[in-house]
Design a protein around this ligand. Structure first.
Ligand code: ATP
Ligand code: MG
Length: 267
């Protein structure tokens, strides 16, 4: 009996979490909002989720009301502390965060000479991947060394696209970076999906953009489309994920639907 329970625990430990990077070198497309909102929606579904803020802007950290307080992801990648030392709980049960701060911008220069500089975050994520169902990594609006580290560390890439003119701009470059990493450092990397965000149903343009994205990418596009809503834009200033800030809002409902779709694709 005892051994059976032990074996059960062993099996549970072997279940590996999924690391997802939110990437698009275009700025302001909804990477951070999506990482926070999906993280919160997954935690509501009893998933154990870690958000890693891998952007020196630290919007994700402040969006869940956590400051790095001298010890953030930068100190971890510099080898000055362990990731476990910086992980903090959020107001949502099952949702933790590894915060960032402006110091991370220094890493861009420091990593240039580092050994295996593209794999630093991967080595950190590997150590904790069995402790979470999902690790969601937010990245800055560039295709620099931080984003590359995030893509190397991830199992899946989620690409948010803003439903505006120029939405597809830069996407070819992002996809070719992903392919290069698939061919070298991370052969198991998959594209989880393309997410249309900030959709304004009243405009013809948004409808046209979604149509074009669907024509280009077909099934890769998530069926759930995130609307542009005031509540979603207000949530970060209250330092709360949308599911907590306004649980009954349309924004919360869309991210819940999306997280259901995401679980189906991953699990
Ligand atoms: P960056 O490239 O600077 O990191 P980002 O891709 O992470 O930006 P967000 O910070 O998530 O983008 O979103 C950009 C801005 O748009 C923010 O002010 C955010 O609150 C707002 N926003 C995001 N999604 C929505 C939405 N669906 N409806 C309304 N506002 C939104
Ligand atoms: Mg961001």
């Amino acid at each position: 009996m005892y051994y059976e329970r032990e074996r059960e625990r062993e099996r549970e430990r072997e279940i590996m979490g999924t690391a997802i990077i939110f990437a698009n070198q275009k700025g302001g497309v909804g990477k951070t909002t999506s990482a926070i909102s999906i993280g919160a929606a997954l935690a509501e579904k009893r998933k154990n989720v870690l958000l890693i803020d891998f952007d020196p802007q630290a919007n994700l950290s402040s969006g869940v009301g956590i400051a790095a307080q001298g010890k953030g992801i930068y100190e971890v990648i510099s080898g000055n502390c362990a990731i476990l030392e910086i992980i903090r709980p959020t107001a949502i049960s099952g949702l933790s965060v590894a915060p960032s701060d402006i110091n991370l911008s220094g890493a861009t220069i420091e990593l240039i000479d580092a050994d295996k500089r593209e794999c630093i975050l991967q080595q950190i994520v590997e150590k904790i991947i069995n402790s979470y169902d999902y690790i969601l990594i937010d990245s800055p609006p560039s295709l620099g060394i931080l984003t590359i580290n995030g893509i190397v560390a991830a199992h899946q890439v989620l690409v948010p696209l803003q439903c505006e003119y120029f939405a597809l701009e830069g996407l070819a470059q992002l996809l070719s970076s992903i392919q290069r990493i698939q061919n070298s450092l991370n052969p198991n990397l998959k594209i989880l999906g393309i997410l249309c965000t900030m959709y304004d149903a009243r405009t013809r343009l948004a409808q046209d953009v979604v149509k074009e994205v669907m024509e280009h990418f077909g099934k890769l596009v998530f069926k759930t489309i995130i609307p542009r809503t005031v509540r979603l834009s207000e949530a970060p200033s209250h330092a709360k994920p949308i599911t907590l800030y306004d649980s009954a809002s349309q924004g919360a409902a869309s991210y819940r639907a999306l997280s259901q779709e995401l679980i189906k694709r991953v699990e």
